[in-house]
Design a protein around this ligand. Structure first.
Ligand code: PHE
Length: 375
């Protein structure tokens, strides 16, 4: 009974898609979701730029099967409830045949069930929490996942920074930051280190002193900060004020110019794991960096790279599918084997690409490439 109701709903949505294609047969509507306002606004800006650039390039080459691609973009504001609303709108009202984004795991987890129920393929660009693609077989992503990212951070802290005692701080209300600290802790401990403090803070707070006081009392040699850039910068400042002198290590959520703008001297000498480094010399990377700089006047961050890669992966699948229905696009995505800026992409059985990570150092207010780590 349940599957009958679901397939009736899917049929209704597919019928709507075909009708709208009939009306505007020269266009393919692609949904795009990212937070251009809210706590992660720099993530949204880069992501939207990259969607626009990818669409412009594909349309410049004639689109797909003579049809132009059109982006229906929506701001999720970094908020899961808003994410769910815009997913429904993009699918039901705009008749998007596929969705690019979102950026944040907590928003992706709210949107993915809606895309899955409608059989609309989704390509999360940078949502790294493992649960995202487990929502269902229409949900893919362009980035590595946090068990790997946490492992890379833990090994780096143990082997390169030569520490034996770590502490973690994270946002209890954010699937990404909580999960990443948990993966870091599991690996750091499994490899012989000790996690002497593991402290969650409330979402939206700007005062981390209670958690940091406990952490510092436990005498860690390194502090793992799995928060996004705003919180990470404030945590770094307050940790220094309270006397913590050791290095800090973080994840891809640090990747914003705001990290050093807010964090200043407090964040110097810290490290984070990321998806890409602009000083990577591979031609495909340098070509992208040049194109992006020319169009937007700034160096692309990892968000831009993965949004661009995700768009290319999706468009390539739509082209290979030769049809615009969800099941055909999904089948083509599953068979992906494509070189994109962040590496060669093939999906594993959970629709995650298997890719390397880079370690970045915060040095003189800049992000400097330090190493590449393979899975
Ligand atoms: N990985 C983060 C998440 O899943 C989002 C993010 C990716 C932020 C890349 C910055 C850079 O929520």
């Amino acid at each position: 009974m349940k599957s009958y109701v679901l397939s009736a709903a899917v049929a209704a949505i597919l019928a709507g898609t075909f009708l709208s294609c009939g009306k505007k047969s020269n266009e393919i509507i692609i949904g795009g979701v990212a937070p251009v306002t809210g706590e992660a606004a720099t993530f949204g800006a880069s992501t939207k730029n990259a969607f626009d650039l990818a669409i412009e390039e594909w349309n410049g080459k004639g689109g797909i099967d003579g049809k132009k691609l059109k982006l229906a973009f929506a701001d999720d504001k970094g908020d899961p409830a808003e994410g769910a609303t815009v997913f429904t709108k993009l699918i039901q009202q705009d008749k998007a045949v596929a969705i690019l984004g979102p950026v944040m795991s907590k928003v992706a987890l709210a949107g993915a069930p809606i895309a899955q129920a409608a059989s609309i393929p989704m390509m999360a660009s940078t949502a790294t929490n493992p649960k995202v693609t487990l929502v269902g077989d229409y949900i893919f992503r362009a980035c590595f996942i946090d068990p790997f990212q946490g492992t890379v951070g833990a090994k780096f802290a143990l082997e390169d920074l030569k520490t034996k005692k770590a502490a973690c701080i994270f946002d209890v209300g954010n699937d990404y930051t909580k999960g990443l600290s948990e993966f870091f802790k599991a690996k750091y401990t499994a490899l012989g280190g000790e996690v002497v403090a593991f402290e969650g803070h409330a979402t939206g707070t700007t005062d981390f002193k209670a958690q940091l006081t406990k952490i510092i009392a436990a005498k860690p040699e390194i502090l793992y900060v799995s928060d996004y850039y705003n919180d990470a910068a404030l945590i770094a400042k307050q940790a220094r004020e309270l006397g913590f002198k050791g290095p800090m290590v973080g994840g891809d959520g640090w990747d914003s110019p705001k990290l050093t703008e807010i964090g200043g001297a407090a964040i110097e000498g810290s490290f984070f794991t990321n998806h890409y480094a602009a000083d990577d010399t591979r031609p495909i990377v340098q070509e992208f960096v040049k194109k992006y700089k020319t169009k937007f006047g700034a160096e692309p961050d990892a968000l831009a790279v993965l949004a661009y890669d995700g768009a290319y992966l999706m468009f390539d699948a739509i082209k290979r599918a030769g049809k615009l229905d969800g099941p055909s696009i999904k089948a083509a995505l599953t068979a992906t084997d494509m070189a994109v800026v962040s590496g060669q992409v093939k999906f594993d059985s959970d629709r995650n690409p298997v890719k390397s990570a880079v370690i970045v150092e915060v040095k003189n207010g800049k992000f400097v490439y330090r190493a590449t780590v393979n899975p």
